[in-house]
Write a protein that binds this ligand. Sequence first.
Ligand SMILES: Nc1ncnc2c1ncn2[C@@H]1O[C@H](COP(=O)(O)OP(=O)(O)O)[C@@H](O)[C@H]1O
Ligand SMILES: [Mg+2]
Length: 352
Amino acid sequence: MSIQFGAPAAIEALALSKQFKSVRAVSDLSFTVPHGSITGFLGPNGSGKTTTLRMLLGLIRPTGGDSTILGVPFGRIDDPARVVGVVLDSRGLHPARTALDHLRVYASAIGVPDARAGQVLHLVGLTDAADRKAGVFSLGMRQRLALATALLGDPQILVLDEPANGLDPEGIAWLREFLLGFARSGRTVLVSSHLLREVEQMVDHVVIVSRGTLVHQGSMEELRTAHRARLLVACSDPARLATALAATGVVDTTHLADGRIAIGGSDPGTVGRVAADADVTVFGAATEHVDLEQVFLAMTSGQYAAPGSAVTPGYGPPPPGYGAPPGYPPTQSPPPQPIQPWFGPTNGGGPR
Ligand SMILES: Nc1ncnc2c1ncn2[C@@H]1O[C@H](COP(=O)(O)OP(=O)(O)O)[C@@H](O)[C@H]1O
Ligand SMILES: [Mg+2]
């Protein structure tokens, strides 16, 4: 009987490090990109994402460590364009060349038929722009043309560095649908971003880095489960409610400064019944809003909290009293949703 070994990971980084003179851009970084996944490679600006991708793709040599693509180092892949499609930077397009010509040049460089140029333009929805010069393309169109170039070899894996950068919500939605379709065909995507929010709806796995080191990897589902929203309850006797909940196995309870009790791992119906049975009157309950972007910022906050760090310290912390820029999450937890009226036990027990 032969033992069946599982297929190698799509991409594997093993203790990768990169030192640029005094800057340690990547430090002992190991992670796995599972087959068929859309893995988000996330970290603030300057956290070593591009450097890591360049090492994975054999564009720069690591100071230490190794990496493999489908089980082999990039440099040993026979026909790389058919294995990995790459978009590292969409600014390198020749402005005077039409979209179709641009693709034909690359098609001939990697030895695929001319006809493939038209096919990939169609895949990224740029057929109508085939004869327009790349110099007049919007950022979104340039990103799509770069993606088309990466698709020329019909690769098994796509590696995209900040493809959502500068895209409007419509462009991000398009990219999401595109990548989901690509992954549904059994292929794999590694997509970097400095904002979890930008890629939250398109990735199913995450690798989170801060200052060149791994801070978290796992499925998006695990991340969501680990940071599930809590129920915030105002009631007549929080201590009694906590004791009653603990007796039913709900032990994730925290007494808040405002007198409320925060309850994790339960639901309003159960809490209402337990409160009623314990003769605790519930005045109101609200679901705490958990923004995964907050979780991400907390995980990577070391990036901003290291004065004198060898790594470029990003923008540094905002001065006190400086509000979040528009469209960014606030630095504290957002206020909970308004308290919902809720019948206490004297009104028949349980939530409405
Ligand atoms: N060629 C280079 N020479 C010197 N330092 C570099 C070079 N490339 C990147 N760095 C530094 O390495 C760190 C990580 O950069 P980078 O990998 O581009 O991060 P990210 O893509 O996450 O924004 C930064 O401090 C950056 O300034
Ligand atoms: Mg980068």
